[in-house]
Structures are given as structure tokens and as C-alpha cells.
Design a protein around this ligand. Sequence first.
Ligand code: GLY
Ligand code: MN
Ligand code: MN
Length: 471
Amino acid sequence: MTFFDHTETSVSREEEQGQTLLRQALVRRRAGLAERLRQAGVQKSVLLFAGHAPSRNYPDNVYEFRASSHFLYFAGLPIEGAALLLEGARATLFVKRPTEADALWHGEAASPDALKAQTAVDSVRFLDELEAAVRAAGAPIEVPFSQKARSAALSAEEQAVADSVIALRLVQDEHAVWELRRAASVTVRAHQAGMAATSKGTRISVVRAAMEREILAANFQNAYGSIVTTHGEVLHTHDRSGICGAQDLLLADVGAETDLGFAADVTRTWPVSGRFSPSQRTLYDLVLSAQQAAIAKVAPGVRYRDVHFAACRVLLAGLKDVGLFVGEIDGLLERGAHALFFPHGIGHLFGLDVHDMEDLGDRAGYAPGRTRSEQFGLCYLRLDRDLAPGNAVTIEPGLYFVPAILNSERLLAPFRADVRPDRLAAFSDVRGIRIEDDVLVTKTGCEVLTRGLGKTAAEVEAMVGAASSAS
Ligand code: GLY
Ligand code: MN
Ligand code: MN
């Protein structure tokens, strides 16, 4: 006898469209992997694990579950503990056999039939049957490879699997783009809410909460630990203490991840007062010009490192205009002088991971035959491939006054004749500025997925404090 059926839900037309795209994509992704492995002469099957939620101080107190991205790519749904066995194009999903206790503590599990329909696999079985299935399939290649991949210790067959997965995931398919748009749209709202919530004396944690509220309200989660700070020069700070000072710039690098795991990664920098000071405005406009120059370059066939250099060139020219550098731009660019103020790369791949596939080290980010530079700044460039339609990349130049760089004898020594430290005081109300958008490479150029979020100085100023002035 059934007392209540809590499983019945109404599905909007948009959700239905997303589910259809997912099923179609999963079938194509799995067939694509099978075909690539066949071409590479790999006979073995592939076993992907979703993973488990990590626990805190004791096993029952768990953090929110986040499935392995490789599993999500081929299985579609974040099913804790699940495994996906791929034997050629045949897919079997293994899920936990639900117990009475599971139903009591965690609710009814989706039925095998429902999971089969959602993920378009050939069959759904229980995990207690996995061992026998694996034995029957021979010794499958297990994914994720994690540490092994980063240390380049993969067997030839594992390398073939890794390279096939990379080739597939590098090109965001229709379903992935659908999800990236969903992540982008919620992230745009989060930044608008953050700007609206900002005013002199507001706690930084309150601004961060206003941003993350939008993400949670959409039933998404953060794609990475939010960076909301008046110390933009600390590149990945997660400190949320402190208040917004009247003269401060607030840098917010916050992105949503959809319920199916696809990320957005966006940064805006805004003046707490709602008005950039003249010095802040000069450097803000310079970062924006660099970002626009880099985005204008994004197109199929373009080497991503050249997109990086396009931004560096604009930054160097601007820094020379304001007297921070003397000398000739080409030489400064070649020697990496810009890294004194722009020490990181122009961006990275994003998709199911915010830094997509970095669990595989530089195998995903760097084309075969290319390796990281050892030059300061360029060594942090995470991507050096020729761009192709379907690639999703961030474009995120910045300018920072980092004490650890500007007080470093070692880093400054090669540039003593080029840099003018006496000009630094003119920018004492700037610590760090970054502008980051999410860009999809198209057949003819690119599309900025996060274009809904204004970024000119005037647009940003108009959004700051809108919550208090509207009330
Ligand atoms: N959110 C980290 C980054 O921009 O790469
Ligand atoms: Mn970011
Ligand atoms: Mn980024």
C-alpha cells in the first residue's frame, strides 16, 4: 500500500528541454568515447566512480556531495557512490541498493527505471553486483585517475582514456552549453546582488551572503570558494572578515555551479562609494581595455597564449602612460615586465570544473608538445592550446599592487631600469582590480556568456548600493 507519493513533481518546459538535451548528450558522449578508444586500440572497458561526500569530524556529518566531473560528464546525474561501467558503447549504471534506513534518513531513492530513463543507460543495477560485473568485463580502466595523472604516471591505456576524455570535454556540447548558460545567468544575478548590497560600513560577509543567496536560491551551489575582498591583491583570499571602507574597491570573484555540476567563474571590482576615484578609474579602465582586447582576439585557431599577450600588451602600454614603466613595449612584454602588476594568466578552461580538467594536470590545458614557461607570471598560464569552437574559457586580466612582488629584490632586479616605484604612491587607493567573464568560442569568433553583467565604470557605479538607494 502506498500512503504518500513524494516523488511526483511537475516539470517545466525548460526543465524538460534540459532533460532531453542531457539524454541525447550522454548517448553521444559515451559513443564518442567508445569510438576514440576503438581508434586508439584500447580493448578494455572503462569504470567511472561518482565518489562520496567527504565527512567532517565524524562519518555522519558530511559536506554537500559533489560527484566527480568525469562521472557527471558520462552519467549526467550526481548520484552518490554510483559507478558507471562502459563496455564499448554499452553503459551500465550501478547504484546503492536502498535500505530501510536509507529511506528513513535520506528519503526514497529514485527507482532504477527512473534512473535508466534519465541517464539513457542500457541498464541500472545495484552496486553489490559491481564486483562480479567488473570481473566479467576484464580489468576496466578506472576513472578518475587524480594524483596519478598529475604525476604523469599513467599507463599507455590510461593515457588513451585521459586523452579521449579531454578531447570530448574540451568541446562543450549542446547540453553543456545549456548548463553553462544556466550557471552564467545565476552568477550574473549574484554579482548584481553583491553590488546592490554594498555601501560604506557594510560587512564584507554581508556582501558575500547577498551574492551566495542568489546561488542557493536557484538551488545551485558555489563552483568554488567565493573571493569577496577589499584586498584584491591577495589573489585567492577567502577571508570574509572586515568591512567595506568608503575609499575601498571591493573585488568579488564568485561563480555558481548548476545542479548538474557546470560552472561559471566571474569577477567584478567595484567602488564601495559607488564612484571610482580618478586613480581607481584610470586603472579600472585600463583593465577593462585589456579584457576587451583579449576577448576581441578569441576565435578558432588563435593560440590562447596570444590572447594572454594581447591583454599584457594593453596593460603595459597603459602602465607606461601613467608613468609606472618606461621603455619600449615589445621588450617589456618579452621579458615579462607586466607580471609585476599582472602576475597570473589571462584565464583557463571552465566547464564541469571551474578550472576544467585540472585534475589531469597540464594534460588538458597544454597542447601536446607545449609546456609551461618558467618566466614569472607566464608560469601561471593554465591554458596554451589553439582555440576551437566549443571551447569555454575565462578572460580575466587584472592589475594588482602586491607587496610580496613589489618588495621582492629578486623579482624587481631584472626591471630596475624599467619600473618607476616613485609613481606607486599615485595609486595608493588601488590594491587589486580584476574583471573576469566566461567566453564560449564559436565557429566565427566568440560569445561572452556572462555579458548580461555590466562592466564599464559607469555601469558598475550605477549598480553599487542600488539596494539602499531603492529602499
Ligand atoms: N575563481 C578562480 C579563478 O578565477 O580562476
Ligand atoms: Mn574567478
Ligand atoms: Mn577564473
